[in-house]
Write a protein that binds this ligand. Structure first.
Ligand code: UD1
Ligand code: UDP
Length: 382
């Protein structure tokens, strides 16, 4: 039987969360030789995810530096990937999303004329600098990729609007596959900080912020909104597993680090994170992944960004764009804390992002593309 050699490459926390179910699916198929490479763009935050999913990479480029720049990540990942691709000569390289690892991996494969499959393809804001540099990373990868795995039909429409006519599969997002492994009603936290939270009597707001375009004043203003919330509402507790970026940590700890009912902890393993979200009252975030996960858990999300490439949950009513101004964020959060009807309208479980079978569809599409299977997978219908 002909076997297809499929290499996956990823480097940051969200890529690991969303590629892990796919790596597992690839490993489970007899028709596939699965090779997993990590760039190590993130170190601790990547390793903790690999541990949760029990994945040992075949290659680890180990490129992370403190305060790394976009250029250093790109150069180190590009050169490292060239060596690995030359050695392994995979039939296809799978990259995920929109990070610098994603872009460098796709470019390295293009230079070796190795086909690229883009997982989580077609998300767009159409604004070059927001999110920065992700919008351009994903757009360029869309141009390079031979196969585009779009989570939703509107992501697929974005690709068609850019002139991509072939090789688009609508699969759902693998993050929903990932949640099948993690969320449990009887889950017991490993973290003492999480075990000591009173989810019954307090309104726990889970917060994460890390976007480069929010560095500086926007992040400072978001933190001031959180400060105002704990100072105004005695039943509010804020939990923020603070990203390891030194820029983020300085602003977050410097602004809200000393406040009562603000719990700043280190980044959490993904199973702890998903279960924390599942027990929280609401989420305030600039993360992409949280915008997909929280609606599936029935938790209202305020997105502290100026725009989002994930309009599906906004349309469904569970996510609202709050921008980056202190008073607007405070007012929108206050509404959810004080108006039960407004809260209930947002706190409904909707799942426009997938049905838990995205990885299976992606692998089926690869096998169909290479002529190993004659069955084209059916699109995910959100
Ligand atoms: C990166 C991605 C972003 C993604 C985010 C997920 C790019 C340009 N950005 O941004 O799209 O949303 O990951 O979190 O690819 N650090 C550590 N340990 C870690 C991880 C990070 O110490 O495990 C520190 C390092 O000092 C590093 C800094 O965080 O230099 C920033 O990491 P980097 O990957 O450059 O940017 P992110 O903001 O994490
Ligand atoms: N996440 C996690 N631990 C944390 C914070 C986030 O496991 O302390 C998970 C989160 O559930 C989601 C992913 O990391 O699956 C999102 O990553 P991030 O916000 O860093 O990146 P983005 O999605 O914005 O690219």
């Amino acid at each position: 039987m002909k076997k297809i050699k499929v290499m996956t490459v990823f480097g940051t926390r969200p890529e690991a969360v969303k590629m892990a179910p796919l790596v597992k699916e690839l490993q489970s198929r007899n028709e596939i030789i699965s090779i997993c490479c990590v760039t190590g763009q993130h170190r601790e935050m990547l390793d903790s995810m690999l541990q949760v999913y029990g994945i040992t990479p075949d290659y680890d480029l180990d490129i992370m530096e403190k305060n790394q720049t976009l250029s250093t990540i790109t150069c180190k990942a590009l050169a490292g990937m060239e060596d690995v691709l030359k050695k392994e000569q995979p039939d296809i390289l799978l990259v995920h999303g929109d990070t610098t690892t994603t872009f460098s991996g796709a470019l390295a494969a293009f230079y070796q004329q190795i086909p690229v499959g883009h997982v989580e393809a077609g998300l767009r804001t159409w604004d070059k600098y927001s999110p920065f540099p992700e919008e351009i990373n994903r757009t360029l990868v869309g141009r390079i990729a031979e196969l585009n795995f779009a989570p939703t039909s509107s992501n697929a429409a974005n690709l068609r609007a850019e002139g991509v006519t072939e090789g688009i599969f609508i699969t759902g997002n693998t993050v929903i596959d990932a949640m099948k492994y993690t969320v449990r009603d009887d889950y017991v936290f490993e973290s003492d900080a999480l075990n000591s939270l009173d989810f019954e009597n307090k309104k726990v707001i889970t917060v994460t912020c890390h976007r480069r375009e929010n560095y500086g004043k926007p992040l400072q203003d978001i933190m001031l909104a959180l400060k105002k919330l704990v100072e105004t509402y005695e039943d509010v507790v804020i939990v923020d597993p603070v990203h390891l970026s030194p820029v983020v940590r300085e602003t977050v700890f410097g602004t809200i680090g000393e406040l009562d009912r603000v719990c700043l902890i280190d980044p959490l393993p993904v199973d702890e994170m998903h279960n924390l979200m599942a027990r929280s009252y609401m989420i305030i975030t600039d993360s992409g992944g949280l915008q997909e996960e929280a609606p599936a858990l029935g938790k209202p999300v305020l997105v502290v960004r100026k725009e989002t490439e994930r309009p599906e949950a906004v349309k469904a009513g569970t996510v609202k764009l709050a921008g980056v101004e202190t008073d607007v964020i405070f007012d929108m959060a206050s509404e959810l804390l004080t108006n039960e009807e407004a809260y209930q309208q947002m706190a409904k479980a909707v799942n426009p992002y997938g049905d838990g079978n995205a990885s299976k569809r992606i692998v089926d599409a690869i096998l169909w593309h290479f002529g190993v299977s004659d069955k084209q997978p059916e699109d995910f219908k959100g």
